[in-house]
Design a binder for this molecule. Structure first.
Ligand code: 6PG
Length: 242
């Protein structure tokens, strides 16, 4: 597996670099008249990207070619303050001309077991299949202080060998149920990009990037694209121990 590091002074500069990468990729797909299938994560870090896309890229990105999916979702209604869709709607979707028909949210308000099956079927219908898994053009991930990514927590490492596309997990601290792409689905993506900021991530990130003896205990260590590459877009604080 190969890690590609991109380090910026501030979270805002990191966000801008990711926005520019997305603009370039979206234009490439537009030229080919192909959809740009992106899966996004929740949490706070994506806000640096989403708010910039809303403020400065509403007119430049060919949004009519963008199809948006989720990496994971909390099992709450979309209006709940912890909803990943709700955060994405408020910071991005209501401000850019993406077609509603191209927004494929995980329905956190539904029975989790039923939603896992519904979303699995949806992905297999809406995306090209590769090695038996739906293939995204781009998966945007974050990383928790414990090295989790998506809603794959340290006790869910088997999801990197799963035959399933989507799974239900439980947050180890809060007990909150989650819907998440499995690690095997993420690893089929053509491109996997981590957005990680803040000093609280620096220790785990060091263990992962430097492949220290503890690295395999962190879900984020196991993530790569189908070409074996994981791209890390970091601010200086997160990269301070590298
Ligand atoms: C979620 C995310 C999760 C997130 C990390 C980092 O639903 O919370 O998908 O995997 O990316 O917890 O979160 P922050 O960006 O808030 O640090």
């Amino acid at each position: 597996m190969k890690n590609s590091l991109h380090i910026y002074e501030t979270p805002e500069e990191m966000g801008r670099a990711v926005a520019e990468m997305i603009l370039a990729k979206a234009k490439e797909k537009n030229k080919l008249s192909l959809p740009f299938n992106i899966a996004v994560s929740g949490g706070n870090t994506p806000k640096f990207l989403f708010s910039l896309l809303a403020d400065e890229y509403a007119d430049s990105i060919p949004w009519h070619f963008v199809r948006l999916f989720w990496v994971d979702e909390r099992c709450v209604p979309p209006t709940h303050p912890e909803s990943n869709f709700g955060m994405t709607f408020e910071t991005l979707l209501k401000q850019v001309p993406i077609h509603e028909a191209n927004i494929f949210r995980m329905q956190g308000e539904l029975n989790p077991e039923a939603e896992v099956l519904r979303y699995q079927d949806l992905l297999e219908k809406e995306l090209p299949m590769e090695n038996g898994f739906p293939q995204f053009d781009l998966v945007l991930l974050g990383m928790g202080d414990d090295g989790h990514t998506a809603s794959i927590f340290p006790n869910n490492l088997s999801l990197f060998q799963s035959k399933l596309t989507v799974a239900m997990t439980v947050h180890p601290q809060s007990g909150q149920k989650r819907i998440t792409l499995t690690g095997t689905t993420i690893q089929e993506a053509l491109q996997v990009v981590f957005l990680i900021t803040g000093a609280s991530k620096s220790g785990v990130l060091r263990q992962i990037i430097l492949q220290e003896s503890t690295c395999e205990s962190f879900p984020a260590f196991h993530v790569h694209s189908n070409t074996g590459v994981a791209e890390f877009y970091l601010d200086k604080a997160a990269a301070s121990e590298l």
